[in-house]
Each structure stands twice: as structure tokens, then as C-alpha cells.
Design a protein around this ligand. Sequence first.
Ligand code: OSB
Ligand code: MG
Length: 367
Amino acid sequence: MKITGIELRRIAMPLRAPFRTSFGVETTRDVLLVRVVTPEAEGWGECVAMSEPRYCSEYVDGAADVLRRFLIPALPAGRADAHAVKRAFAPFKGHKMAKAALETAVLDAQLRTAGESFGGYLGAARDRVPCGVSVGIMDSIPELLDTVGGFLDEGYVRIKLKIEPGWDVAPVRAVRERFGDDLLLQVDANAAYTLADARQLAKLDAFDLLLIEQPLADDDMVQHAALAKLLKTPVCLDESIESAEDAAAAITLGAASIINIKPGRVGGYLEAKAIHDVCVAHGVPVWCGGMLETGLGRAANVALAALPGFTLPGDTSGSRRYFATDVTAPFELADGHLAVPAGPGLGVEPVADILDDVTTSTEWIEL
Ligand code: OSB
Ligand code: MG
């Protein structure tokens, strides 16, 4: 497959409501899209880096820079497929989200050319996936209960509450009391605690949570293992896992008994699948995380979430969770599930007029 050119397109997607986590508040999703053009097909990749390096070290301007300066020039000249692209990027350290966006765009073009879907290629075992939703930090408990109630009315099968010091036991208790013991409930701290908070975090053991996600810093693998011994709630890692090697280390150390797989964070869908395979081999459940993706990124995530090791509901919410208007036909929940796209590649297309409306800049790189 010969790549003739690449478009870097920035879009600004207003959020329906601000999304607050322990690391900041988001009101507009600033997204970098990568479009790979070949004589046979075009492919899309969504870069999940955020505007500022608060979730991880990557940020959108940095991702655009490393793409145009290093990654695009390193693309294999002749036959480019996703595996060759992954190998070509290996000499460059880090920048997993930038790598993932370009690798995904190449894989999409490759699969559209072959007439194969992402789900088929990755090994999806079902045609729809159960959906959870990530609920941001709110100003008050009543506001949180209203928000959670609204999501349950929409059919979400699992609730994840964002937590931070000062917003942990009280919101969890309130949601558990209001919505009952059968609710699938978990929390995500985005690295807001230290091991000195173990006693506070152990209070969450009373609420029968599915898991606590990334309580400590991303580079605190040993401390996560120590914390896991002090908690009944299973520890799940997000930020700490950037590769299959990290996943194997976390499992061996006892730092995680569940892993959140985000393709952007780990450098793409090939590495995501490798992590899935490591976890399945160790009997460790995985689930698909999210980064407020548009329909383009969501399509591939839903395909990944259909693999057999994804035994917990993911943060694969419907388009309207974040956006009034998505850039693709909207993903809509049916009975708490999203359908895995079946068409070639991502199985979805951007709607040209909508995409143009939200575009803030485009750059064409001829190869
Ligand atoms: O930690 O999972 C996270 C969003 C942005 C950055 C990090 C995270 C999140 C979410 C939302 O929790 C996931 C989603 O709904 O897309
Ligand atoms: Mg997380």
C-alpha cells in the first residue's frame, strides 16, 4: 500500500457539559485527526492527546509536531502496513498517542482496501458491547445523583465515578445508597493519591466496587502493589500501562488485577491487542478505556472492546455523552450496548459538512 499524502486536521468539539477530573476541567475537545491517502482508500486516525499534558506527558500541539517532524518522515517508503509502521516508529521514544493516530489511519486504509473490518481484523468475538459511562467530579452530591440517574435511564450498565481527595467516600456512598447494591460501580482517581492515603482509600472497600482505577502516580508501580495488599477493592491501572511489557510487569508485581486498555495510551491497536493477549494468558480481566473520542476513535474502540478478554464494560459511551453533534453518524446506545461497526476499516465515515464546521486548521503533507 503506497501512501501518497497525509492530512493533519485539527477540530474543536464543544462538550455538552464540562468534564472535570482530578487533573482538570475540559469544556471543548481539541482533537487532531490524521487522514492517510492511498490510491485505493483513505484511512482515519484520531489522536487522543489532550490540549495540555495533565493526563500524561503528551499534548495536541506536541503530537502534531512529532508527527510532522519524525513519524511521517519515518513511514516505510514502499509497502506500508500497520505492522511495518509500528516497527518504523519503534526507534522514537514515547509519543504513543501520536504514533497510535498515524498507525490507526494506516490500518484503516489497509483494512478498507482489503474489505475487512477493525473488529474482524482484531478478533472481535461479538457484534455489540455493553457500555459504561465515566462521570466527572461535580459541585454537589445532589447534582451527581441527578447525573448518574440520567445515565442509568439512558441504559448504561456500569457507572464510573471520578474521584479525588475530598470527593471520594461521600459520593460513592451516596450513589451506592441511592441506586442499590446491584449497580456496577467503580472509581477512577487519575493518580490523585499517594500511598499515605491507603487508609482513606480502604474506606471504599465497604461499597463493593468493581475496581479502583489508577489511585497513585503513573510511575508508582511498586507502590500500587503495596496499596493493592491493603485494599479489598481490586486495583486497575490506566496511566501506568503504556505497553505489553508494562502490563506483564504490573501483573507480576501484583500492582494490578485488572487493566484498562486505551489504544492511544499504548501506541495503537496492535499494542492494545498484545496487552489483551498478555492479560488473557494471565487470567487478568481488561476493559476498554476512553478519551472523549469522536465517532472515528469510538468506532475502533468499540471493535477492540468486542475481543474475548474484555469481560468488563468499557468507557465506550454513546456520542451524545459528550457531543451534541458527532463528526460521524452518532453512536447510539441500544439496551445499554453499542453495535460493533461491521463495514470495512472503521466502518464509519466523517460527515463532510459537519467535519468542515468544526475544523480549525488543516495541513497537507505530500509524500
Ligand atoms: O482516566 O479514563 C480516564 C477522559 C480523559 C482522560 C482520562 C480519562 C478519561 C475518562 C473518560 O475517564 C473516558 C471516556 O468517557 O471517554
Ligand atoms: Mg482512567
